[in-house]
Design a protein around this ligand. Structure first.
Ligand SMILES: Nc1ncnc2c1ncn2[C@@H]1O[C@H](COP(=O)(O)OP(=O)(O)O)[C@@H](O)[C@H]1O
Ligand SMILES: [Mg+2]
Length: 300
C-alpha cells in the first residue's frame, strides 16, 4: 500500500481520515501547502491550463489524489510526493506525479531529469510550476510543484535483494541498472543519495529517481561512495528483516547474498576498500556474519 488515497471528487478519503495523525503528517508534511494539492478544482485548472502539462488532447478531469506512504520494512520517512489519477474526456485513466519542492531544489531536479533523460532511465519531467509573484512577496517557505511522469514501480532495490535471498527468485536483473549508473556518472552526476528507495524497477528496467542531493561527479571515489551506500542501505534493510523475523543468515540465504554482491560489484571496475561509508553502515548491521561480509567489502 505505497499509495494512500487522500482526496477525490467525493471528498477526503476514508483511508486518509482514519490514519493516525502522525501518519497523515508523513503524507502531508508541513510545507506541502500553500499550493493546495487537496483542491480538485485547482488541480483541474492546472492540468488543463499550464501549457507544459497539455500534452494530451481533451479536457482532463482529476479523479484521485494519493500520497506516497511506504509500508515496507524499516522505512520511516516523510515524503512530499503525490500521484494524481486523471481521466481525459472520452479516454482512459492516466497518472501524473506531483512533487512539492522549494524553488532551488525543484529547478535543480527538473533540469537534471531533463538532461539525464537523454542518456538513462529517469522519470520524464514536464514542468516545475512555481508562483514567482508569491515568491517575490515576503511569504515564508513558498513551494512549487515538480510535475513528472509516473513510473510503475514493482519493487525497490532493497526489497529486490530481500526477495532474491529469501524467496528464491530465479534471476538477477541488474545489467540495466549498472548501465544506467555508469551513464549517470559519465554524465557528470553523483546521485549522492543512492539507496533502494530511489531505484524503481518496472519489471523490465530500472529507473533512478530523486536527484535533490546530487552533486557534480568528481572521480572514482564518488563511485565507491555510491556503491557503499547503496549496498550498505539495502544490507541494513535486509539485516533488519532477518533480525526481526529471527531468520538465520546461513546456507542458501548467505550464498545468495554473496552472489548478489559479487554479481553487482563485478559490473564495476571498483574496489570499495577504505570507503568511509562502509564503517558507517556496518555499525547499523546487527547480524555478526552479515556485518563481517559487508565490512570485508572495505578491506582486502
Ligand atoms: N516518477 C515517479 N513515479 C513513481 N513513483 C515515484 C516517482 N517519483 C517518486 N516516486 C516514489 O515516491 C517516493 C518518494 O519520492 P522522492 O523523489 O524520493 O521524494 P522525497 O524527496 O520525498 O524522498 C520514491 O521512493 C518512490 O517510491
Ligand atoms: Mg527520496
Amino acid at each position: 500500500m505505497s499509495w494512500v488515497a487522500i482526496n477525490s471528487q467525493e471528498g477526503v478519503s476514508e483511508s486518509f481520515v482514519t490514519l493516525p495523525t502522525i501518519d497523515q503528517k508523513r503524507i502531508l508534511p508541513h510545507g506541502t501547502l500553500p499550493i493546495n494539492i487537496l483542491n480538485i478544482n485547482d488541480l483541474n485548472y492546472t492540468l488543463n491550463n499550464v501549457s507544459e502539462l497539455c500534452f494530451d488532447n481533451g479536457t482532463k478531469k482529476t479523479l484521485l489524489i494519493e500520497g506516497y506512504y511506504p509500508h515496507t520494512f524499516g522505512i520511516w520517512a516523510t515524503h512530499k510526493l503525490y500521484r494524481i489519477t486523471y481521466q481525459i474526456e472520452g479516454g482512459g485513466e492516466q497518472y501524473i506525479v506531483a512533487k512539492i519542492m522549494n524553488k532551488k531544489y525543484g529547478e535543480k531536479e527538473f533540469k537534471l531529469l531533463l538532461d539525464l533523460s537523454e542518456c538513462l532511465n529517469v522519470p520524464t519531467p514536464f514542468h516545475f510550476l512555481y508562483d514567482e509573484e508569491l515568491g517575490k512577496e515576503d511569504f515564508f517557505d513558498v513551494r512549487g510543484i515538480l510535475w513528472m511522469n509516473y513510473v510503475e514501480n514493482q519493487i525497490h532495490f532493497e526489497e529486490y535483494l530481500l526477495n532474491w535471498c529469501i524467496t528464491g527468485q530465479k534471476k538477477l536483473e541488474l545489467k540495466d541498472l549498472t548501465k544506467s549508473l555508469c551513464a549517470l556518472w559519465s554524465a557528470g552526476v553523483k546521485h549522492n543519495d543512492l539507496k533502494g528507495e530511489h531505484l524503481l524497477f518496472t519489471g523490465d528496467e530500472w529507473f533512478i529517481i530523486d536527484f535533490e542531493k546530487s552533486v557534480p561527479y568528481s572521480g572514482k571515489e564518488d563511485i565507491k561512495d555510491e556503491l557503499a551506500v547503496l549496498i550498505g542501505d539495502s544490507t541494513a534493510y535486509f539485516d533488519g528483516f532477518i533480525t526481526y523475523h529471527k531468520i538465520s543468515f546461513e546456507g542458501v540465504i548467505k550464498e545468495r547474498y554473496l552472489a548478489f554482491i559479487n554479481e553487482f560489484l563485478s559490473c564495476f571496475d571498483i574496489n570499495l576498500k577504505g570507503n568511509r561509508y562502509i564503517s558507517v553502515f556496518s555499525s547499523a548491521i546487527q547480524n555478526k556474519v552479515l556485518k563481517s561480509i559487508y565490512l570485508s567489502l572495505g578491506v582486502g
